[in-house]
Design a protein around this ligand. Structure first.
Ligand SMILES: Nc1ncnc2c1ncn2[C@@H]1O[C@H](COP(=O)(O)OP(=O)(O)O)[C@@H](O)[C@H]1O
Ligand SMILES: [Mg+2]
Length: 270
């Protein structure tokens, strides 16, 4: 296999007015990797994820998807230098995103929700879209709810639909922003199980999470972010057991007042 990265960030920066939220972050993710982003609230994790697929326009550095510059064809990073929506959509085609708040359309059925990006974005014929959507729903165990409205589902079921919607696009890399943080505690596991199954099936992922055991069990690499910077990264076993910076030690302290369970770090990739 080739080792061409799917996504590369080079010194990516982003400001909201005078607030520099991302301060030059660099990250490379290759096929098969599961990279989790951890870090305190407000550190820029969501913004970083959104810059990776240009849902947010970065204003410094470069994001490359399979070697192609995303969002800008030239050196300028001002709004007037942005590529057309069509070109951006083309370059980011290998990516799909799962949102913290699911972002399902309430007036559509589950099946229609999963079909929508296939019809509107990919312009697939209706039959083909429905076939792909049904297959994706089966993969997350939601076939029996295809005709339901999202409001009739539990949060865990809604997020599984959110995952199916991303999966139906046939992505090479999935971006997941705290996929279980909006769920009741008893619904977290069913969604984590779906994500683990995808990871074990070889899906490449960049995931923001606050669930440290989950991060430890699923990640090939964990990246700790604070104050708009990538502070530390490494394999979960070393990052969680031997944090190098005071910032990371402080961040991890509440989670690891109990001893780390062997499962947390050793249960990697089956
Ligand atoms: N659309 C926006 N406009 C202005 N400020 C924003 C916007 N989105 C995020 N921010 C600010 O950027 C910082 C990082 O936010 P975010 O990326 O959501 O962090 P995290 O996901 O790590 O909690 C926060 O201070 C937040 O208030
Ligand atoms: Mg966030």
């Amino acid at each position: 296999m080739h080792h061409e990265p799917i996504i590369q960030l080079r010194n990516v920066g982003k400001s909201f007015a005078a607030h520099r939220v991302l301060k030059g972050i660099s990250l490379t993710v290759s096929a098969g990797e599961i990279v989790t982003l951890i870090g305190p609230s407000g550190s820029g994790k969501t913004t970083a994820l959104r810059c990776m697929n240009f849902l947010e326009a970065y204003d410094e550095g470069e994001v490359l998807i399979k070697g192609q510059l995303l969002g800008y064809s030239g050196p300028g990073r001002e709004a007037k230098h942005r590529d057309s929506a069509a070109l951006i959509a083309e370059v980011r085609r290998p990516l799909a995103m799962v949102f913290q708040q699911f972002n399902l359309w309430p007036h559509m059925t589950v099946l229609e929700n999963v079909c929508a990006p296939l019809l509107l974005g990919k312009k697939l014929p209706r039959d083909e879209a429905r076939k792909k959507a049904a297959a994706a729903l089966a993969q997350v165990g939601m076939s029996d709810k295809a005709e339901s409205r999202p409001a009739r589902l539990s949060g865990g079921q809604q997020q599984r639909v959110g995952i199916a919607r991303a999966l139906a696009l046939g992505p090479e890399l999935m971006l997941l922003d705290e996929p279980t943080s909006a769920l009741d505690p008893e619904r977290v596991e069913e969604v984590q199980d779906v994500i683990k199954t995808l990871a074990n099936g070889g899906m490449t992922m960049v995931m923001v999470t606050h669930e440290m055991s989950f991060a430890a069990s699923i990640s090939s690499r964990v990246v700790f972010m604070a104050d708009g910077m990538l502070v530390e990264s490494g394999a979960p076993a070393s990052l969680f057991r031997q944090p190098q910076t005071e910032r990371l030690k402080t961040f991890l302290a509440p989670w690891f007042r109990r001893p780390l369970q062997p499962d947390d770090v050793e249960r990697l990739h089956g």
